[in-house]
Design a protein around this ligand. Structure first.
Ligand SMILES: Cc1cc2nc3c(=O)[nH]c(=O)nc-3n(C[C@H](O)[C@H](O)[C@H](O)COP(=O)(O)O)c2cc1C
Length: 191
C-alpha cells in the first residue's frame, strides 16, 4: 500500500578490496528487510567478484533493485535530491576511502558517497586493508571528520561464530544496525 512516504532506499557501493561477500550479504539482508537497494560496483570490485565468487556481473546486479555503471556520474544516486537512508560501502578499498576522504568524486561510487556526506546522511565504510600506513589512518581521520563512519570488518569472537559466513553476517548486521535496518536472528550480546 502506498503510504505517501518515499521508499526506504540504501545505496550500496562495492569497491575492489577483498571481501565482496560483505557487499553481497548487505544486499541480501536489505532486500529481506524490504529496503530498496541501489548498487554501484567499481571495475576493481568486478575483479574481486570474479576472483572470490562464481557469480557473473549480471548475477550480482540481480541482487540489487537498481544497478548503475560506475562511469554514470549523472545517475540518480549522484544527486542529493534522490532520497536515501544513506550509503554503505562494503568492502571499501583504500583507494575509494581516500577518494571519499578528500571528495574525489571520480566515479559514481565516490560521487554518491560525497553526496551522502554533503546531505548529512549516514555513510558507512567497511574499509579493508591491513596493516595500515599513516596515510591510510589519515584518510580514515579525514573521512570521519567529514561525517563518515569508518567500520573495518573486524570479527567479534565473543559470539562464538562457527563459519566464515557467521562472521560476515554479523559484521554486515552491525553495519545495517547503523541505518536502523533490522537483520532478524542476528546474535547480540545480552539477548
Ligand atoms: C583480489 C584483490 C584483492 C584486493 N584487496 C584489496 C584490499 O583488501 N584492500 C585494498 O585497499 N585494495 C585491495 N585491492 C586493490 C584494489 O582493488 C585497487 O587498489 C583498486 O585500484 C581499487 O579501486 P576501487 O577503489 O575503485 O575499487 C585488491 C585487488 C585485488 C585484485
Amino acid at each position: 500500500m502506498d503510504d505517501g512516504q518515499p521508499p526506504r532506499r540504501l545505496v550500496v557501493g562495492i569497491s575492489g578490496a577483498t571481501g565482496i561477500a560483505y557487499g553481497m550479504r548487505a544486499l541480501e539482508f536489505a532486500r529481506k528487510a524490504g529496503v530498496e537497494t541501489h548498487l554501484v560496483v567499481t571495475p576493481a570490485g568486478q575483479q574481486t567478484r570474479a576472483h572470490e565468487t562464481e557469480l557473473t556481473a549480471a548475477d550480482l546486479a540481480a541482487m540489487a533493485d537498481v544497478t548503475y555503471r560506475p562511469a554514470d556520474v549523472g545517475a540518480a544516486i549522484a544527486s542529493g535530491s534522490f532520497r536515501t537512508v544513506g550509503m554503505l560501502v562494503a568492502p571499501c578499498s583504500v583507494r575509494t576511502l581516500s577518494s571519499v576522504a578528500w571528495s574525489g568524486n571520480d566515479n559514481l561510487l565516490t560521487r554518491a558517497a560525497d553526496v551522502t556526506l554533503k546531505e548529512r546522511r549516514r555513510l558507512v565504510l567497511l574499509v579493508r586493508e591491513t596493516p595500515l600506513t599513516l596515510g591510510h589512518l589519515r584518510a580514515m581521520t579525514a573521512a570521519t571528520e567529514s561525517g563518515a563512519i569508518v567500520m573495518p570488518p573486524v570479527p567479534a569472537f565473543y559470539l562464538l561464530p562457527r563459519t566464515l559466513d557467521d562472521v560476515v553476517a554479523h559484521t554486515v548486521g552491525r553495519a545495517l544496525d547503523l541505518f536502523g535496518i533490522d537483520v532478524p536472528d542476528m546474535p547480540r550480546w545480552g539477548e
